[in-house]
Every structure is written in C-alpha cells, then in structure tokens.
Design a protein. Structure first.
Length: 320
C-alpha cells in the first residue's frame, strides 16, 4: 500500500513539474564468489502490478524461482499461532523466505496522521517478529512545499526515531530509501534528502543502531553515487535492495521516478558494478525489482513474475 501511495503521489508531482552515518562506515570484507552470494532474489508483488495475497505471493515466488517474498504486515499480524505455523510450513516446503515489509505508518503528513499510525504499529511490529520478519523499508520524499531542509530533517528524524524504537523492540531493522531523480527533488519549493550521503545524515539524526538504507540502483545512479559509496558500507547498513534500469532516450538528469525499466532492460545503469559492490560487502538481504513500469504492471500475474525473475536472474549473473 505504501508503494501505491507513493506511485500516485509521484505521478501527480511529475506531471506538475514536467510542464557520514550513525552506524559508521566500515571496511568491506573480502570479495565473495557468485556461488557464495547471500543476497536473495525477492518478489515484491505490488511493485510489478501483481495482485496476490500473502499465500498466493508465496506460491508465485516458488513457481517462478524467487527466493524471497515481501511480507504482508497486517495479514501476518492477524494470524493465530496455528495459522502462522501452517504458513511457515508452506514456505519451508517451497524454499521461500520473507524479504522485507513496507512501513505502514504515515510519517510524511500531519501530526495526527502520524500519531494514528503509531497506535497500531507496536502490534503490527510484534506480528512481524512472530513471523520472523526482520526488515522493514520506506522511502523519503525528496522535496517539500513548505518545510525547509532543516525543518524537514528535524521532523523526519523525530518521527522515524519513534518507528525505529518500536522495530528495535521487535528485532527488526528499518531501511530508508533516498529518491534520486532531479526531476522530483527539484519539483517543489524545498529539496530534501536525495543522495546516499544525505540519507546517512538523516540516519545520524535518527540515531538508531537498527536504521540503514534501502539501496535502489535507479536512485544510486540518478543521485550520482558511485561504487566507492557502496564499498564504504557495511553489510548491515543495507537493509534491502531494489533493482531497476533507466529510461532509454533520457539523460540521467531527465529521468522520472515513476518511469523505469526492469533491471538490465536498457543498460543505462552499470548494474555489474552495483551488484559486485554489494557482493563485496557481503550484502545478505532481499533484492527485488521495482520498475514502476506500465508495460509490466499491465501484465497478468504470471507473465509479470516471469519477466521479472528473468531480469533478476540476468542481473544476478553479473556477479563475478
């Protein structure tokens, strides 16, 4: 649901506009071979237009060769112990694990909306812990109409600090996705966090040892971040990864957030460098496709899964 809200918001903004870290940087481990990779190919149904509940998503993931699947927070929190045991048995039989869950708390709007979301959050986070989900992600909108950079930083840090505390109490990490396209961060009056360095400035303000980044190849590229930026990270600082490619015919500065391609489709992004840098630091979490692509979204569930796993397998094959 979080992804869909962002998609609608980003589309509206795009149409209107068109007319060092708290965790610390560390030395990377020795490079690992492809055979010893720890990152998983994960299915994020909503990101490719697949309409499926948690059980259906697990079945689709297993059928098409995904190794992980997004966690449906509200559903998992609603299960009895017996139902959860049955779900875990299904996943074990299919060799599918949970990847990450999306943050269900609305922290970008007014105080009332945030407070309302936080009322239910401890229960939901506890449900994820029971299910064995240890990663949750959300994105940071890179501009604002009324909040200056410093005021926006203060608000984000205060609210996400509360979120991180609840997740820490339930054994989970929070991954923050910075959004890189210039067409979006320059579309409103006050630009905000839109690069890896700025994301870690925010993490430092939050102060939680369980807060890291959701690293998206599209945002990494559009922000002008580099291989060295990834190699400076420790594995635990990367909570999850999104894999995408740029739109052909547009320069890096012209890219639009809700117009992307499946990884490897256009070759605009150096995914070999991106993937091998993650491999070198020992990233051990879910890597999923999030193309915001109409052609993929318009497909039926099974063809969408088929083209997505094909793109992911080709991208993972770049690991040396």
């Amino acid at each position: 649901m979080t992804r869909m809200n962002r998609r609608a918001f980003v589309q509206q903004v795009a149409l209107t506009a068109a007319g060092t870290a708290a965790l610390g940087r560390g030395s990377a481990p020795e490079a690992a071979s492809q055979g010893s990779r720890r990152m998983t190919m994960s299915l994020s149904p909503g990101a490719i237009g697949v309409r499926a509940n948690q059980v259906e998503s697990i079945e689709l993931a297993a059928k098409y060769g995904f190794e992980a699947v997004d966690a449906a927070t509200a559903y998992l929190a609603s299960l009895t112990d017996a139902q959860l045991s049955e779900l875990k048995a299904l996943m074990n039989s299919k060799n599918v694990v949970f990847g990450a869950a999306g943050l269900p708390v609305e922290f970008r709007r007014d105080d009332a909306a945030f407070a309302n979301g936080m009322k239910e959050f401890p229960r939901l986070a506890a449900g994820l812990q029971r299910a064995g989900v240890t990663r949750m992600t959300t994105y940071i909108m890179p501009s604002h109409d009324s909040l200056t950079y410093s005021k926006n930083m203060k608000q984000h840090a205060a609210r996400l600090r509360e979120v991180a505390r609840v997740l820490a109490d339930n054994g989970a990490r929070l991954g923050l996705e910075y959004v890189g396209p210039k067409t979006l961060w320059s579309s409103r009056r006050y630009p905000f966090v839109h690069s890896m360095a700025e994301a870690f400035d925010l993490i430092q303000e939050i102060g939680g040892a369980n807060v890291g980044i959701l690293l998206d190849s599209f945002h990494w590229w559009t922000a002008g971040d580099t291989e060295a930026d990834i190699l400076a990270l420790r594995s635990e600082q990367v909570v999850a990864v999104d894999l995408n490619d740029g739109t052909a015919g547009l320069s890096r500065e012209e890219q639009i957030d809700n117009r992307r391609e499946l990884p490897g489709a256009t070759g605009q992004i150096d995914l070999a460098t991106f993937m091998n840098a993650l491999q070198k630091i020992g990233f051990d979490g879910p890597a999923r496709a999030e193309p915001f692509n109409k052609a993929v979204n318009d497909m039926e569930n099974e063809p969408a899964c088929e083209v997505t796993i094909s793109a992911l397998k080709k991208t993972f094959a770049l690991i040396r």
